[in-house]
Design a protein around this ligand. Structure first.
Ligand code: TUI
Length: 321
């Protein structure tokens, strides 16, 4: 079955479950525009998650999902809320959903983990998940080391469930490329940061709009939790401390609360602006609906154009005509 049919959505696009950002206004707008809106529950209490689910239901009657950031300690309570509120789709990140699979399956919940490697993709398939998001290191936030270009076709070849491509996709060309690599859909995070409905401080959106292809970097490798974000004075300090082999305590003190500082207070210098390498293509703020429809119109044009290209063997050289 196609991923759109399985999930009851129009366009095969997931909105990344960005912690503190992917809340009712964004999730509801994505669902209404025909994509899969995903509530980012990272950092939420059970009560806060219930509130966001209920708010989302007032904005849309379309399906939406909840992302579980598995490093959180209150996952069982969050799952209780998901069951009580009747949410039927869960995506997971930053860990394995193994301990919860039985509960999910007993309750008819569709489970779609985000993975950074072929090895983890295979492990997830063996758990009985319904599809997989293969996320390349171009993505924002907590990332692996393999690029989308290399990861996506390798995951597609390694598993027999649907694969969604993520990391570095912000327009129709990216969508077409993901399909060329065997994906059945895309997950997009960064491009949604530059939408009207994205509920972040204006300074956060401005930082994404001003960023280019070299603006992001990865911190936290020394802690075993690499995170991609836009470079600023806090990130420079973090990298310097890491190069001096600073202690976990010292590094955590610097980054503690920094996502909230950027998202809500708009502190673009001391806050953590998690965003992907494709932020250089996110140059203007549009509505979610404009974004999604133009992305898929463009993808169709690109695929049509590619259909006209033939690759011929001319004097033993491959030439595009
Ligand atoms: O999870 C993400 N992206 C995130 S989570 C996040 S919140 C955070 N804040 C500060 C520090 C760290 C996180 C921000 N962005 N993407 C999905 C993702 N999942 N990327 C990598 C993974 C992953 C990693 C290991 C998934 C599974 C896994 O191991 C599973 C296993 O079985 O060991």
């Amino acid at each position: 079955m196609s991923i759109t049919k399985l999930l009851g959505i129009k366009y095969p696009i997931f909105q990344g479950g960005m912690a503190q950002i992917a809340t009712a206004p964004l999730v509801g707008a994505v669902a209404n525009a025909g994509g899969l809106g995903i509530i980012g529950s990272g950092g939420f209490t059970a009560d806060r998650l219930r509130e966001e689910i209920q708010k989302t239901k007032t904005i849309t009657d379309k399906p939406f999902a909840v992302n579980l950031m598995l490093m959180m300690k209150n996952i069982p309570e969050l799952i209780e809320v998901i069951l009580e509120e009747g949410v039927k789709i869960v995506t997971t990140g930053a860990g394995t959903p193994a301990p919860y699979m039985e509960t999910f399956k007993e309750n008819g919940i569709i489970v779609i983990p985000v993975v950074p490697s072929v090895k983890i993709a295979k492990k997830m398939e063996a758990l009985g998940v319904d599809a997989i998001v293969a996320e390349g290191t171009e993505a924002g936030g907590h990332v692996g080391e393999t690029t989308t270009m290399a990861l996506l076709p390798q995951v597609v070849s390694a598993v027999s469930i649907p694969v969604i491509g993520a990391g570095g996709i912000a327009d129709g060309r990216g969508v077409a490329a993901a399909f060329a690599l065997g994906a059945q859909g895309v997950q997009v995070g960064t491009r949604f940061l530059a939408t009207i409905e994205c509920p972040t401080h204006p300074n956060f959106k401005q930082a994404v709009i001003e960023a280019d292809d070299t603006s992001t970097t990865v911190t936290g490798r020394s802690l075993g939790g690499p995170v991609r974000s836009i470079k600023n004075s806090m990130i420079a300090e973090f990298l310097k401390l890491e190069s001096q082999n600073a202690s976990r305590d010292e590094l955590e003190k610097l980054s503690m609360g920094s996502l909230r500082k950027a998202v809500f207070e708009g502190d673009a210098e001391r806050g953590s602006i998690m965003a992907g390498q494709i932020c250089g293509l996110c140059n203007e703020i549009t509505t979610v609906e404009e974004m999604i429809t133009s992305m898929f119109n463009e993808a169709e044009e690109v695929l049509n154009q590619l259909g006209k290209i033939t690759i011929v063997d001319s004097e033993r050289e491959l030439v595009l005509v």
